[in-house]
Design a protein around this ligand. Structure first.
Ligand SMILES: [Zn+2]
Length: 392
């Protein structure tokens, strides 16, 4: 662990994806956030935004599509587009099948208060389980179905409803270095292949799946919701797919306060992170497992990521960040039991799979030395009932 270089400004380690480090030992995201704070004319960008949306107003059944989870970023995005810009939005919700009750309540309340139409798509659970297992084995990351679905499905809806504008929320420059604040990030096929699908497209995935292990035989048609629409079709329809955070300065804490005040949005508990971050990634039962796998592979979890954001925004010093990170990252989450049950594997097999994806110089800890999260979030027992009902 001590051999891993940690950014001299925040607490992100060299094993984090897409980060580069400069001669002073600072990471590329820290440099980018300095750039965002000092060099961008946000007043001008706000004007650009108004100009940008104007041609879409009143042209189709909706002015834009808003991909929506019910978490803090998409809720703020929808609030801004409806209230600030006065756009008529179609909300598209891709259900990754692990939605927690608080996020469902938040969503229901938000949609009703804002007065918007919404579509919800839930993929085939038998297919989802196979995809989770296969992407865990191939990439040490079980979220392929969720990330590809979230980023592909709303694009299909844009084509089907002939609404050529899709508005995402947080730009990736806020936490990674594939894109910078210097450019207008667009969510297109290139971004999908670089950042979303783990280098596995739907055809590859179909070839990898073991279709002999359960009754359900997956076909290419089953994978269409996880496939990015062909570029030529999107181009022909003139679809633009942009991030609100490219036009206004993204500030998660301020935005959370705003949606709490305006929409009664509620926080929730997420395993493995300090309680004060109860606004982060509350949408998924499996978030704790995702963060835990990241720790096993890369030697850091979500607390490092969250405290780094606070450090960059001058709300925490680096020592406090390091202390919280050591205390919270890397504990075995209670959700892992549910996860193993869904994939029908034991913990030894799980550890063997993850071991193959460890990023040097990190070394995976021994199972016996890993501390556990002892208190389970309240809704986990509800979730067990759902698993029983689904026959998992
Ligand atoms: Zn940094």
């Amino acid at each position: 662990m001590s051999k891993i270089h940690i950014c001299t400004k925040c607490v992100m380690p060299e094993t984090a994806e897409t980060l580069a480090f400069d001669a002073q030992g600072a990471c590329s995201v820290c440099r980018q956030i300095e750039f965002k704070q000092q060099n961008i004319d946000w007043e001008q960008r706000k004007k650009d935004l108004r100009e940008f949306v104007e041609p879409y107003r009143g042209k189709a059944d909706y002015d834009c599509i808003v991909p929506f989870s019910g978490g803090k970023d998409s809720t703020f995005t929808l609030l801004y587009l409806v209230k600030e810009l006065g756009l008529k939005c179609l909300v598209v919700r891709f259900d990754h099948m692990f939605m927690r009750p608080v996020v469902e309540e938040n969503t229901d309340r938000t949609l009703k208060r804002l007065g918007v139409d919404a579509l919800r798509f839930s993929p085939n659970w038998q297919v989802v389980k196979k995809l989770m297992y296969e992407s865990l084995v191939r990439r040490g990351d079980f979220c392929w179905h969720c990330h590809t679905g979230i980023f592909a499905y709303p694009m299909w809806i844009s084509l089907k409803f002939e609404v050529p504008l899709v508005f995402w929320g947080e730009p990736s420059a806020e936490y990674g270095s594939f894109y910078t604040y210097d450019e207008l990030e667009e969510h297109d096929e290139r971004r999908f292949n670089r950042m979303v699908n783990l280098g596995i497209n739907a055809e590859d995935m179909l070839g990898m799946l073991d279709n002999s292990v359960s009754d359900y035989k997956v076909t290419l048609r089953d994978l269409k919701p996880f496939t990015f629409p062909p570029s030529r079709e999107l181009r022909k329809a003139g679809v633009r797919s942009v991030f609100l955070g490219s036009f206004i300065p993204w500030d998660v804490k301020q935005q959370v306060e705003l949606i709490e005040k305006e929409l009664g949005w509620k926080r929730d508990e997420v395993e493995g992170i300090p309680a004060e971050y109860g606004y982060e990634k509350i949408e998924c039962y499996m978030q704790g497992v995702r963060d835990y796998i990241k720790f096993l592979k890369r030697g850091f979890g979500r607390t490092a990521h969250l405290t780094s954001i606070d450090i960059r925004n001058g709300r925490m010093n680096r020592d406090e960040g390091l202390e919280l990170t050591q205390k919270y990252d890397g504990r075995r989450p209670a959700a892992l039991d549910r996860f193993l049950r869904i994939l029908d594997i034991d913990e030894k097999e799980f550890m063997n799979i993850v071991q193959k994806h460890v990023v040097a110089p990190n070394k995976m800890p021994d199972l016996d030395s890993i501390p556990r999260v002892n208190r389970e979030p309240d809704d986990f027992r509800e979730y067990d009932k759902k698993l029983d009902a689904a026959g998992d």
